[in-house]
Design a protein around this ligand. Structure first.
Ligand code: COA
Length: 636
């Protein structure tokens, strides 16, 4: 009886404390600076527009020009003019697309999720799932590692309270509120492999939401309930003891069943289907899929690049193959926190449900939570159950598939070269002081770096958020333009003076900023063209010639895959290139520095991320030098 009374007392006390903290502790998940309610105005967000056909075709022609010869451009113009002619194919497709837009909340959503993710059959590892590296830590003992892991889990659960209570501060773009639906899709979500097409299972907001996480250690998986009987989260000390229990029960490496999730999607889909015939496997898969998130307590890094940021990036992206930690993963899971043995920490996320910014906000919250003191006095939850080991029956014919997955992943591991660094020359503040857009400036530095190396412009993808619109995701900013090409040429021209270079820089930045504004307003080229193409496919037509033309192919062979993912702390997102002969380049612009995660493939003799880093740093410095020189001239 007295135990029950004590439990009730603790429960009431914790509720009171929770309410108190909600308004007192700056680290509290339930606080933040609530300026506008998270879901305010969400249902009345505008619908994604369909740009006019002529507007898109004009923009498209302009965007391909720097990437093709005059003769190729002439042919493209003919094709585009025919496509856009009065009563032509383009108008027919356009009117069907406009009809679709009238009757759907977002005409693009289903097509985008399918073409960009669920129908994409390459492995999610390297090719789709980004890594997000947290500020690096120093762990000397297992306790250090588990202590940090406990705080990451407690911080993430604290953030989940904000999501569940809808108190995450509303994201804004200028005066416009953004669509917040992605925040409700990151916990309790998992991609489900299919034989020809994947699907996504969302459990986080279901009637029966999960109350457990899954912890991976030494290729073993454990289910840990992270809420006590009264639905209060475990405190960090309790999580620590649960993690210790998992680690003590998995001292020898298990069969690396998780490595199967790194296969190409058709192969994994087929294997998954077969494994699901066994009830035990099915139940274990469901525990992983339903879990709030996964936490990977990693072993040592098998080979170090000599740079901790690179090592951490590789741990997050592919886990360094089977001799590293790649068996200690479930790559289908939306969020996997990665806690390295020596303090290389971060996460990897399966990209289909959300873009980088909500994930970066989660990370910022966790980092602040860890830096705060809330965890020190949070009371224990009551009645913990022991972590449950997830069991698998792996038939012997699956051994071959596991071996196959190991060697395919090993090829990817050998292929991916990452160069991650903090550029310390200057950051956003300096660029703003020059009255220039920091993002456009960095994008132009990337163009210049490419031109410097390859002596030609490279098609460049930058993600622009279309979350101003209901269920908006992204549009492509085609950062390579005639203006950016002219700028790169001028910068590398020994006969050009600083005034000419600055003029070229400003005009390139202006062109980029204009395209970026169009993109965030749903008036880019790529999603509209995708819509027209999908309409043609759905209506059983041949793919229009425009999509077979060299200009289309070259301008969508994105040799530079870039995006800005800002974070408050010194963290960075990173991913592989989009195309075999390309670069990945993600950046976090900070006040006085810029953190970059860049990548290239070793199998491409033309591209090296180390060379790219050098060219990028030189470009940033050169751009500042010409601004300074030109500024001085103006003062004379
Ligand atoms: N002079 C002085 N300041 C300027 C300026 C100028 N000419 N132009 C812009 N600035 C300021 C802005 O006001 C802003 O100020 P703030 O820091 O006080 O907010 C700041 O510089 C940054 O603006 P800018 O660099 O121009 O761009 P942005 O931060 O608005 O980013 C995009 C542009 C396209 C990256 C952004 O709109 C976007 O879509 N982000 C999402 C990308 C995404 O989804 N990535 C993840 C993919 S997984």
């Amino acid at each position: 009886m007295w135990i029950l009374v004590l439990e009730i007392f603790i429960y009431v006390f914790q509720q009171q404390r929770h309410l108190f903290e909600k308004y007192q502790n700056p680290c509290s998940g339930a606080m933040g600076v609530i300026t506008r309610k998270m879901t305010e105005g969400q249902s009345s967000l505008p619908r994604l527009p369909v740009p006019t056909l002529q507007e898109t075709l004009k923009k498209y022609l302009k965007s391909v020009k720097p990437l093709v010869t005059d003769e190729e451009f002439r042919i493209t113009e003919e094709i585009v003019n025919k496509f856009g002619a009065q009563n032509g194919l383009g108008e027919k497709l356009q009117s069907s697309l406009e009809e679709r837009a009238k009757i759907s909340e977002n005409w693009l959503t289903d097509w985008w999720i399918s073409t960009a993710y669920l129908d994409y059959r390459w492995p999610v590892v390297v090719w789709s799932s980004p890594g997000l590296v947290f500020p690096l830590q120093e762990f000397h003992t297992l306790d250090d590692q588990l202590n940090y892991a406990s705080l990451v889990i407690a911080g993430a659960l604290d953030y989940k309270i904000m999501v569940d209570e809808k108190t995450v501060p509303l994201d804004m773009m200028g005066k416009d509120p953004l669509d917040m639906s992605q925040y409700f899709k990151i916990f309790g979500t998992c991609r489900i492999p299919g034989v020809t097409r994947d699907s996504i299972a969302f459990h986080g907001q279901s009637d029966n939401p999960p109350t457990h996480i899954v912890v991976a250690h030494n290729n073993h998986f454990f289910k840990i309930d992270v809420y006590g009987k009264r639905r209060l989260p475990l405190n960090a000390g309790q999580i620590f003891s649960q993690l210790r229990n998992c680690v003590e029960r998995s001292t020898h490496p298990g069969v690396p069943v998780g490595i199967l999730t790194s296969q190409n999607r058709n192969a994994w889909g087929k294997n998954y289907k077969q494994l699901c015939k066994d009830k035990l496997n099915k139940a274990s898969f469901e525990d992983i899929q339903r879990s709030i998130f996964l936490v990977c307590i990693d072993g040592p890094i098998n080979k170090s690049s000599g740079c901790r940021a690179n090592d951490a990036a590789l741990q997050c992206i592919h886990g360094n193959g089977i001799s590293g930690n790649a068996g200690n993963r479930w790559y289908d899971k939306t969020i996997q926190f990665i806690i390295g043995k020596k303090g290389e920490v971060g996460l990897t996320y399966e990209h289909s449900p959300a873009e980088g910014p909500p994930i970066a906000n989660l990370m910022d919250h966790i980092v602040k939570y860890i830096g705060g003191s809330k965890q020190d006095y949070q009371l224990p939850a009551v009645e913990l159950s022991k972590p449950k080991r997830l069991m698998f029956n792996i038939p012997s014919d699956m051994d071959y598939e596991i071996e196959n997955s190991k060697s395919s992943l090993e090829s990817l591991v050998q292929d991916l070269e990452m160069t991650c660094f903090t550029f310390t020359g200057f950051g956003k503040n300096y660029i703003k002081s020059q009255k220039l857009s920091p993002d456009s400036f960095i994008q132009m530095a990337i163009q210049l770096a490419f031109y410097r190396i390859h002596k030609e412009p490279g098609a460049q993808y930058e993600s622009a958020s279309t979350r101003k619109f209901l269920h908006g995701r992204t549009e492509t900013i085609r950062s390579c333009s005639e203006e950016s090409t002219h700028f790169a040429q001028k910068m590398l021209d020994p006969n050009a003076n600083s005034t000419q270079k600055v003029m070229a820089l400003k005009s390139a930045i202006e062109a980029h900023k204009k395209y970026a504004l169009d993109a965030v307003n749903g008036r880019g080229v790529d999603r509209h063209l995708l819509g027209l193409k999908m309409i043609a496919i759905e209506q059983g037509m041949d793919i229009p010639k425009l999509f077979m033309d060299v200009s289309y192919l070259r301008s969508s062979h994105m040799r530079l895959s870039t995006s800005q993912v800002p974070a408050e702390c010194e963290a960075f997102m990173c991913y592989g290139p989009l195309v075999p002969d390309g670069y990945g380049c993600c950046y976090n612009p900070r006040s006085d520095s810029i953190v970059f995660g860049t990548s290239a493939l070793n199998s491409s003799p033309e591209t090296h991320s180390t060379v790219f880093r050098k060219a990028l740093e030189e470009s940033l410095y050169d751009m500042r030098t010409v601004l300074i020189e030109d500024g001085l001239k103006a003062k004379l």
